[in-house]
Design a protein around this ligand. Sequence first.
Ligand code: SF4
Ligand code: SF4
Length: 205
Amino acid sequence: MPLWLYYIASLCDGAIIERISKERHVPESPITKSGPKILTNLAQVNRRANDLAEQNVRFRVWVKFGCKLTDHELDAVVREVTDEVWSHIDCTACGQCCKALRITVDADDISRLSKRTGMGAMAFMRRHVREKSGEKYLAQSPCSFLRGNSCSIYEDRPKACADFPYLHAESFRERMLMMIENSFVCPVVFNTLEALKRKLAWNKK
Ligand code: SF4
Ligand code: SF4
């Protein structure tokens, strides 16, 4: 099994896979009636990401070494494609990143969240934070701040949550491995990768 699949396995425990397999639907958008299909069914996204894992690794190699766009040009295309895809996906009907991913937190996050929850930083850490290999992360999965599919501390959420799925950040080319990993759980990432293959006229063969 490739290394990055082990990483995915570490992110997704058995219960999460079970939740995904319950075929929950994020409502599909009208775009699916005409243009390329936007896949929003979480179980299908997970399955297709598995099916396309090898292809996505080849796409990554091409983006890194074959695509002639500069990093800046590529990032602009990724942002444009992401915005188009995201305009057809309702995150409040999904919430999968709050249920399936490990949310890292730093000192600023802990300070902000301990104030928000009215707890001292130490009490907040004991209750809500765990640490592994020097990395601090929110203890509960699904996240204990999730209410339905909405974040109950939205304005003060950790930076990792605010930035997810990192498709608007710079250096997409260097972060493609993470994108392939996130395509297993996030419809925005999965569909953006598929749309990018078309937009960049990548030859899959
Ligand atoms: S803090 Fe909010 S946005 Fe972040 S994982 Fe929890 S519920 Fe989701
Ligand atoms: S960012 Fe992705 S995983 Fe998170 S709620 Fe939106 S579509 Fe779902």
